[in-house]
Design a protein around this ligand. Structure first.
Ligand SMILES: NC(=O)c1ccc[n+]([C@@H]2O[C@H](COP(=O)([O-])OP(=O)(O)OC[C@H]3O[C@@H](n4cnc5c(N)ncnc54)[C@H](OP(=O)(O)O)[C@@H]3O)[C@@H](O)[C@H]2O)c1
Length: 243
């Protein structure tokens, strides 16, 4: 029997963290060891999320000794928090890192500053992160120690854009990307625009002057001009059309 891969998740009580827990519980080679949540420390995952059959307790922190035992560290943190966290542990931690957040997707610190508004704290690591879109970078992902998971909109757009551009069917000078999602992308935040009463039977555009995911799409496919208009409507999915 092959040995299991020991997993640590930082930010395990949010939207991506809980989806990740569900996936890993069904993975035959994954062994969940540590899941952090400052809010729910000491509480079982299944007590907070009864739909997830996991008796592990959330911990506030993973200490260095515990972290060293992990083969894979998943970061499910908001923009800027992944790099801040990784900066504190990278000196001691030698395992694999998969960032579900957005801190290691862009390769250029200038681009990061433009789209995310802060200086990058681990610029020396950017080139070592593989963009984790398996349909395109499968071979690179297989050997990677550091993986940056693609964003939600970029995944939905790039999977259409690659075949369209590779086949020469699209006029790259006049691409319009029209994406819509629910509010899952905002995670667990409690904000008035994300309440049922605000969302139900509603539809609104946002980031009309440029969503930060455009930088990520441009990096993967050099498209001179993208007109993008994200919108939000009450679903748990993303719909993207490319014209
Ligand atoms: N939501 C989506 O559909 C989606 C899709 C693809 C990618 N992403 C990206 O994935 C990342 C996580 O998004 P999310 O939606 O899962 O966020 P979220 O629901 O807000 O969850 C964030 C998690 O991080 C923890 N946390 C927050 N600040 C922390 C800190 N400073 N140190 C340690 N833990 C901290 C929170 O728990 P405690 O506060 O209890 O510790 C929570 O578990 C983001 O970068 C997002 O852009 C999101």
């Amino acid at each position: 029997m092959e040995s299991k891969v020991e997993i640590a998740i930082v930010g395990g009580s949010g939207l991506t963290g809980t989806e990740l827990i569900k996936v890993l519980l069904n993975h035959r080679y994954a062994e969940l060891e540590y899941i952090t949540s400052r809010t729910y420390k000491g509480r079982k995952v299944s007590d907070i999320y009864p739909g997830i059959n996991c008796s592990l307790e959330f911990v506030e922190n993973i200490d260095n000794h515990q972290l060293k035992k992990a083969d894979v560290l998943f970061l499910c943190l908001s923009p800027h928090d992944s790099m801040k966290y990784l900066k504190t542990v990278i000196g001691d931690y030698r395992g694999m890192v998969i960032d579900v957040g957005s801190d290691f997707r862009l390769k250029d610190t200038g681009d990061y500053k433009i789209w995310y508004g802060e200086e990058h704290l681990l610029s020396q690591l950017l080139s070592r992160f593989v963009y984790g879109l398996p349909e395109v970078h499968r071979e690179d992902i297989k050997g990677a120690k550091y993986i940056a998971n693609p964003g939600c909109y970029p995944t939905s757009v790039l999977l259409g854009l690659y075949p369209l551009l590779d086949s020469g069917l699209a006029d790259i000078d006049s691409l319009v990307i029209d994406s819509k999602s629910g509010v899952s992308g905002a995670g667990r935040k409690l904000k008035e625009p994300y309440l049922f009463i605000s969302l139900n039977e509603n539809f609104y555009a946002y980031s009309a002057t440029g969503h930060r995911h455009i930088g990520e799409i441009r990096l993967e496919r050099i498209v001179p001009s993208i007109t993008s208009m994200p919108g939000s409507f009450p679903i748990f999915a993303i719909s993207s059309s490319i014209r």
